[in-house]
Design a protein around this ligand. Structure first.
Ligand code: XUL
Ligand code: CO
Length: 434
């Protein structure tokens, strides 16, 4: 037990009229939306790294948070951290959490000690998961913080680093499977480069492709039922990240024959850094058949770096969930809050309030998206806009060739007249729901 959250009660749904800052105003887990409980639509997860491992540092200053589990270099304190984490999961009642190996155990002297510590702490988690009912959405390996990863993990010029990375992912997949994880995530970390002057890009890409194939082979070998997910991000920490965005990742998966085995974990902030909207990334992944899960957060639109703020923009979140619902909703994926407090938000109460607010914003967004789906206005407009393609003549054209099409244009004197795209009318329509 821990007294870190002392006095903070379990968060309850009190409805939009409540003024209690530590209550849900929009997230009622049992509310039925499109025939499914809200909790089962959203599948919220807390990210261990931001909420419990990050100490409040930024490029100009170190730790601002003082937690009972600091310094994070001791297994005893790793358990105090776990006690606090699972106490927060009980208070919030969200169904899932996610972690990296380095979030949950102190760094050991070598691979063997890292793995022993990971196994010990994840055994400790297993008991706590049983007590609280919290499940694991995904596990992952941190292959970017320690100095050994400075030039990449699977893309490192040093084969010993590739070996250490392979062994590390194996131990993290084993731990994820032991805890019943529903997905395993690989974010590129430092799989990218600073300058081409010292980088053999083709070799690095081939190594990354082979590494991911080994992950898939190992998944099948151990009978892991979760999805393998890759998380796109265009920049930071490397100047050029290989997993730039959803489309780039898909091209990479296809080149290495992995597009049927691996899906994507898309993050709002990463979409913004790539010059896209979040719904663009979701719709791209859905169109390519690789939509897996999301990291929900909010990127500052001016900063140019990854600010990982909690979401607070309902119209934006609504469009993201609209495309998720359109793609059939989450199966094994979910909504992971890859979001952190601002470094001045020191209190345990800040941590709870951040998640309560984020869950409420997502609930409002999802309910707005579901209302738009049920109303069908956007879908009707799409059907109308593309209606010409329903004719036999238009369909036949796709089986035809340039010469035959040209003949038809001449014979029938085809001379198209442009039609309005009705964007403002549709924006006004969306405004009725958000
Ligand atoms: C980094 C990021 C990671 C991944 C997991 O920007 O999003 O936290 O989600 O490694
Ligand atoms: Co992320």
């Amino acid at each position: 037990m821990t007294d870190f959250f002392n006095g903070i009660d379990t968060i309850k749904y009190e409805g939009p009229g409540s003024t209690n800052p530590l209550a849900f105003h929009h997230y009622n887990p049992d509310e039925t939306v499109m025939g499914k409980r809200l909790e089962d639509h959203l599948r919220f997860a807390v990210a261990y790294w931001h909420s419990f491992a990050w100490e409040g540092g930024d490029p100009f200053g170190g730790q601002t948070f003082l937690r009972p589990w600091h310094p994070q270099d001791d297994m005893g304190r790793a358990k105090i951290k776990a006690d606090a984490a699972f106490e927060m999961f009980r208070i919030l009642g969200q169904p899932f959490y996610c972690f990296h190996d380095a979030d949950v155990r102190p760094e050991g002297a070598d691979y063997r000690e890292n793995t022993d510590r990971l196994n010990e702490i994840t055994d400790y988690f297993a008991g706590k998961m049983e007590d609280t009912g919290t499940r694991l959405l995904w596990g992952t390996a941190n292959m970017f913080s320690h100095r050994r990863w400075m030039s990449g993990a699977s893309t490192n010029p040093d084969p010993d680093v590739f070996a250490f990375a392979a062994a590390t992912v194996k131990s993290c997949m084993d731990a994820t499977q032991k805890l019943g994880g529903e997905n395993y995530v690989l974010w590129g970390g430092r799989e990218g480069y600073e300058t081409l002057i010292n980088t053999d890009m083709k070799t690095e890409l081939d190594h990354m492709g082979r590494f991911l194939s080994m992950v898939v082979e190992y998944k099948h070998k151990i009978g892991f039922k979760g999805q393998i997910l890759v998380e796109p991000k265009p920049q930071e920490p490397s100047k050029h990240q290989y997993d730039y965005d959803a489309a780039t990742c898909y091209g990479f998966l296809q080149k290495y024959g992995l597009e049927k085995e691996v899906k994507l974990n898309l993050e709002q902030g990463h979409a913004i850094l790539a010059g896209h909207s979040f719904e663009h990334e979701i719709a791209t992944a859905a169109a390519l058949g690789v939509l897996g899960s999301i990291d929900m957060n909010r990127n500052d639109y001016q900063s140019g770096w990854d600010t990982d703020q909690f979401p607070n923009n309902v119209p934006e979140v609504a469009l993201a969930y609209y495309h998720i619902l359109k793609a059939g909703g989450f199966t094994q994926g979910g909504t992971n809050f890859d979001a952190k407090l601002r470094r001045q938000s020191l209190d345990a109460e800040d941590l709870i309030a951040a998640h309560v607010g984020g869950m409420d914003v997502c609930a409002r967004g999802l309910k707005a998206a579901a209302a738009m789906m049920e109303d069908g206005g956007l879908e009707d407009e799409l059907n109308e806009r593309y209606a010409g393609w329903q004719t036999a003549e238009a369909k036949a054209m796709l089986e035809s060739d340039l010469g035959s099409i040209t003949k038809r244009v001449l014979d029938q004197d085809i001379n198209p007249e442009p039609r309005s795209g009705r964007q403002e009318i549709l924006e006004n329509y969306i405004n009725r729901f958000v």
